[in-house]
Design a protein. Sequence first.
Length: 307
Amino acid sequence: MIYTITANPSIDYVLQLKTLTTGEVNRTTSDVKLPGGKGINVSRILKELNIDSTALGFVGGATGEMFKSLLAQHNLKTNFTTVKEDTRINVKVNAVEQDEETEINGMGPAISSDEKNEFIDQLKSVGNGDVVIMSGSLPKQLPETFYLDIAKMIQAQGADFIIDTTGQALLDTLPLHPLVVKPNNHELADLFQTTFNSDQEIIDHAKKLLDQGAKHVLVSMAGDGALLVTKGHTYKANAPKGTVINSVGAGDSMIAGFAGTFMKTGDPIESFHIGAACGSATAFSQDIAVKEKIDKVYKEINISELS
Ligand SMILES: Nc1ncnc2c1ncn2[C@@H]1O[C@H](COP(=O)(O)OP(=O)(O)O)[C@@H](O)[C@H]1O
Ligand SMILES: O=P(O)(O)OC[C@H]1O[C@](O)(COP(=O)(O)O)[C@@H](O)[C@@H]1O
């Protein structure tokens, strides 16, 4: 079984307007509320790929009820821990004529130690052959070591893990050999306090994550495609041409496609191909991509090995 952990789920309030001017009243041309959070998006893509998962996380308050009702139509298996404070609302602003996406993500509810313990308790049933995908920011009051502690725990129980977070929280888990890490190129640069001028520089830094323990390093590069760096091999996926509608969740989609396919086949190249298709298909959709779109985009992606 795949478990996705979204420590800080959200209602994604996606606003479209012609232009955004800060400091003034702006009016939308369309708006939509989506059940968000990185692990939630991963579970939704897995469902599209017909792969079972259980979505876990902290959900609370009136916004939490709305989040659950928005999610209900997607028929995911879930086991959320109820918390007292409100689930956050993340605002995504697509200024169409400026070709610019702006995101404001809330910090999320405070999690009490009882709520945290209740969450951790349910992970005791995770075991051999299971994969736990941990994604996204932590709500306030959860310790910085939250993901690391979970990784240690579930690994001792025989399960594998994948982590999609940034900064030191990501680096700390590498010695435990995560199956996949997926920084985007900017997050990878931030990890090493640098900037990149070429694919080769990105690859060199991705290899450092490999050396520190990651089994596969996916580097997503938005409209420039993606790289997969594994022991002894580096692959590149092109980004097919298309109209970008809302790229929120593209990275989560890529992780889902990779992880779900890798669990089924153990084939990193096919997993990368499907992961890249899921990412682009989501970028070309208003919401998380559906299967038909993923299949169509898959045919437009080539995976090439770089020497
Ligand atoms: N504009 C785009 N055109 C085509 N594919 C895209 C586009 N944006 C994202 N993708 C695909 O989705 C993947 C993940 O997107 P990215 O924006 O890099 O992740 P994140 O959301 O984590 O920052 C990319 O590597 C690429 O394969
Ligand atoms: O937990 P964070 O880092 O604040 O991110 C949460 C946001 O990430 C998303 O899951 C999208 O993630 P990506 O665009 O990186 O794939 C949104 O649905 C959500 O609002």
